[in-house]
Design a protein around this ligand. Structure first.
Ligand code: CP
Ligand code: NVA
Length: 297
């Protein structure tokens, strides 16, 4: 039976750990020069812009010997209201796997329901599962473990935060999120999660003793009109040198990028010695190769 990755919750702990291990092997050169995806095609339906996710999926598929077809917002008949159910069934006749970046989580769910091929969530308003898989790989690479660490999130309780919560719920690592009132993760996301996941208001409480600090933009794609109000609401939530003064010296700073320097993160922290953001970006490609290999067997 085909598998989809629409949420981290589609995977169990064993599968997540397998993908992390395999992505690290691929990064280490394992399988280089082998082309297991020869003759296979990845379709990318992207309703929102992307630098990292799109290019790392396309480059990753190329490295595996496969091909890709990028379909932007205006490129398919979906822009003229062809139903997802028809699109998914037609594309399943041409393609081997589909990555979809869009607004509503229901759109990727509908696509997966009708497609005969694996569907990968490449970001929705609700989740960004592939980002967290590669972020977990980065944590494993830098800290040589995940469970047993204290991981902090500072800022918006958004799609990336939601996928971190899903991962903590499955793997059991300690995750503390500091979000201002009104921007905390929804009850639906916290459902079934253990007391290893905490939501607080005070960023200092979240980062004290943390091994890893994550942040992300205050206004996500689709929230552009809320930008100014959000900047006001998130004052005090910037990851900057003052916040880092409460942390361990070897804390790593992560950001899925793109970053807004001077908003959620200070320039000197993003460019500083604790930042791992560019390794984190690179790791998306290795993880996407591991995901494609795993889904297409
Ligand atoms: N981190 C991430 O998903 O970046 P892009 O929006 O550039 O794909
Ligand atoms: N939360 C951000 C992540 C971008 C990769 C957004 O959805 O725009």
């Amino acid at each position: 039976m085909k598998r989809d990755i629409l949420s981290i919750r589609d995977l169990n702990a064993e599968e997540i750990n397998f993908l992390i291990k395999r992505a690290l092997e691929i990064k280490g050169g394992h399988g280089k020069g082998e082309f297991p995806m020869k003759g296979k095609t990845l379709g990318l339906i992207f309703d929102k812009p992307s630098t990292r996710t799109r290019v790392s999926f396309e480059a990753g598929m190329t490295r595996l010997g496969g091909s890709t077809i990028y379909l932007g917002r205006a490129d398919t008949q979906m822009s003229r209201n062809e139903p997802i159910s028809d699109t998914a069934r037609v594309l399943s006749r041409y393609l081997d796997v589909l990555a979809v970046r869009t607004y509503a989580q229901e759109t990727v769910e509908e696509m997966a329901k009708w497609a005969d091929i694996p569907v990968i969530n490449a970001l929705t308003d609700l989740y960004h599962p592939c980002q967290i898989l590669s972020d977990l790989m980065t944590v494993q690479e830098k800290k040589e473990k995940i469970v047993g660490l204290k991981i902090a999130w500072v800022g918006d309780g958004n799609n990336v935060a939601n996928s971190w919560i899903n991962a903590a719920g499955i793997l059991g690592f300690d995750l503390t999120l500091a979000c201002p009132p009104g921007f905390q993760p929804k009850a639906q996301i916290m459902e079934g999660v253990g007391d290893n996941v905490k939501v607080v208001e005070d960023p200092v409480e979240a980062v004290r003793d943390a091994h890893v600090i994550n942040t992300d933009v205050w206004a996500s794609m689709g929230q552009e009109e809320e930008h100014d109000a959000r900047v006001r609401a998130f004052q005090g939530y910037q990851v900057n040198a003052q916040l880092l003064s409460h942390c361990k010296n070897d804390v790593i700073i992560m950001h899925c990028l793109p970053a807004h320097r001077g908003e959620e993160i200070a320039e000197d922290v993003l460019e500083g010695p604790n930042s791992v953001v560019f390794d984190q970006s690179e790791n998306k490609m290795h993880m996407h190769q591991a995901i494609l290999e795993w889904l297409l067997g």
